[in-house]
Write a protein that binds this ligand. Structure first.
Ligand SMILES: [Zn+2]
Length: 151
């Protein structure tokens, strides 16, 4: 599935505006993100840093966690924007969180308007998957198998 251009534009717009609220006194590197849930809701998020560096949270995770805490569990895509030369790519920790919530499509962008759309599988092909965080399609396949066995 590829999400349509208008939605991509809206996601990047929201990510850019969230970026303006980033709390980045240490890195001075503001990043914004936008998570698209399967019901079409858009959640913006910005980087939140901390004096204890390890406590900092990337914009991507902030956007995803905002959706989760609003009781959303299914996602279609995530966009991320930073002031970088090339479209900004999420870190490994954020990729792992995207795997956890099975976010299939990732839109990388920068302030110059460069956009790159990748499937999460291509961005993080070896991310950790367990029984609990399988891809939705694999879960469905498994359920079909179980239903057949019950018949
Ligand atoms: Zn990250």
């Amino acid at each position: 599935m590829m999400i349509n251009e208008d939605i991509v534009d809206a996601m990047i717009r929201i990510a850019k505006s969230a970026r303006l609220h980033a709390y980045v006194p240490y890195s001075n590197c503001a990043i914004g993100a936008c998570a698209l849930t399967s019901d079409g809701t858009l959640y913006g998020g910005a980087t939140v840093e901390n004096a204890s560096y390890g406590l900092s949270c990337c914009a991507e995770r902030v956007a995803i966690y905002k959706a989760i805490s609003d009781s959303k569990r299914r996602f279609d895509a995530l966009a991320v924007v930073a002031d970088t030369e090339d479209p900004y790519s999420p870190c490994g920790a954020c990729c792992q969180v995207m795997v956890e919530f099975d976010i299939p499509e990732v839109i990388l962008a920068n302030l110059k308007g460069d956009i790159r759309v990748l499937m999460l599988e291509d961005l993080a092909p070896c991310a950790m998957r367990t029984k609990k965080n399988k891809k939705a399609e694999d879960k469905e396949e498994e359920k079909e198998k179980e239903d057949k066995e019950e018949e």
